[in-house]
Design a binder for this molecule. Structure first.
Ligand code: SF4
Length: 352
């Protein structure tokens, strides 16, 4: 399973990874460090221009170390979290003064730099020197938790330990840099936090979250477990008087009960026909489908959680391969299946 994950991921990276970033393939540790510090609290799209400006103005670490503080801060303007900029200057000068301008080339020495944590150190060590250190961040937690179906909360100390150990095992020693790039890109463009592109995912066949219908419930966060408000959107896929149903598993509410295709989001989503069609096209890969009905928002109060959501009926012209592996039940059998109250209330009033 572990070997399969790595080989499928690397295959995707080689054949299909088209994600572009200005620092991609870079071997200069100074430039990698700069890009990673910029990205610590900044989205790639925003960081891109800043990175180019920095590299253009200070092409090497000596020029950054010799720069005037105010000018560097001016260049950083708009990125926020100015501590990062202070650390950049401090570290650049430290490397010039204490290490004769040579960027450290061992993981522990990179990690010792101010403002550099394990993730950034692993990225620099693997990209610049191909050292076998796996990057472990939210992207990696999410991908691993879904593919291997791990329910350990990613924000608990035992969870962090478990995922870090697994990430280390998955890393191919001789291709550490490529592998780290692959998993970061995969988490950003395929196995995304919301609406992952499962329909086109080359790992789908072996993905446990996908086969168990738990994609939207993983990764688990301790904080999320205690949350008060949840947004659930059920898509009722209909085809020739049958409906896609799914039995809930996992340690969550409504265990073992049935439901429809679930899309759980961290916040409310305003659905209309256009948006549903766009979602079907982009996330399910379905070009032809009719949106029959979008219900008003339904609410259910549980002891510790308030559930809010809507039901979206979609008539399919045919069942795409992606949905074939799900269970399809005749409409007149629905009464026989155990659904949570949240769903039966809707079915009673609107459907059956
Ligand atoms: Fe992630 Fe979906 Fe692919 Fe599984 S099938 S790895 S959940 S994108």
């Amino acid at each position: 399973m572990e070997k399969r994950f790595t080989s499928l991921l690397m295959k995707w990276h080689t054949l299909s990874n088209t994600r572009e970033m200005p620092w991609k393939g870079e071997k200069d540790p100074y430039k990698i460090w700069l890009s990673e510090v910029i990205l610590q609290q900044t989205r790639v799209a925003q960081g891109w221009q800043y990175y180019n400006n920095f590299i253009h103005t200070y092409p090497n670490i000596r020029q950054l170390a010799n720069a005037n503080d105010q000018e560097v801060f001016k260049l950083w303007e708009g990125l926020g979290y100015y501590n990062r900029c202070k650390n950049l200057l401090f570290t650049a000068r430290q490397i010039i003064n204490d290490r004769k301008g040579k960027f450290p080339d061992q993981y522990e020495d990179i990690l010792a730099l101010k403002g550099v944590g394990p993730y950034t150190a692993a990225a620099i060590a693997s990209f610049a020197y191909n050292l076998p250190h796996a990057v472990v961040d939210g992207n990696v937690f999410r991908v691993l938790s879904r593919f291997f179906g791990i329910e350990e909360p990613i924000d608990s100390s035992s969870g962090k330990e478990l995922f870090t150990e697994l990430a280390g095992k998955l890393l191919p020693e001789k291709e550490a840099g490529s592998y780290n790039q692959a998993i970061m890109d995969f988490g950003a463009v395929v196995c995304k936090p919301v609406a992952p592109a499962c329909s086109i995912c080359p790992l789908q066949k072996h993905c446990i979250a996908f086969s168990d219908g738990r994609v939207n419930q993983l990764p688990v966060k301790e904080k999320t477990l205690q949350r008060k408000h949840r947004w659930v959107y059920y898509v009722l896929f209909e085809h020739k008087h049958t409906l896609l149903v799914h039995q809930r598993t996992g340690k969550d509410i409504w265990q073992n009960l049935f439901e429809f295709y679930l899309l759980e989001t961290p916040e409310a989503v305003k659905w209309d026909e256009k948006q549903v069609k766009a979602w079907l096209r982009e996330q399910i890969g379905m070009q032809k489908a009719d949106v029959l009905h979008i219900s008003p928002v339904a609410v259910q109060q549980l002891t510790h959680q308030q559930i809010k959501g809507q039901f979206i009926r979609v008539q399919l012209h045919n069942i795409p391969p992606f949905l074939k592996k799900h269970e399809w039940q005749p409409v007149d059998r629905l009464r026989k299946l155990p659904f949570p109250k949240f769903i039966t209330q809707y079915l009673e009033t609107a459907f059956l």
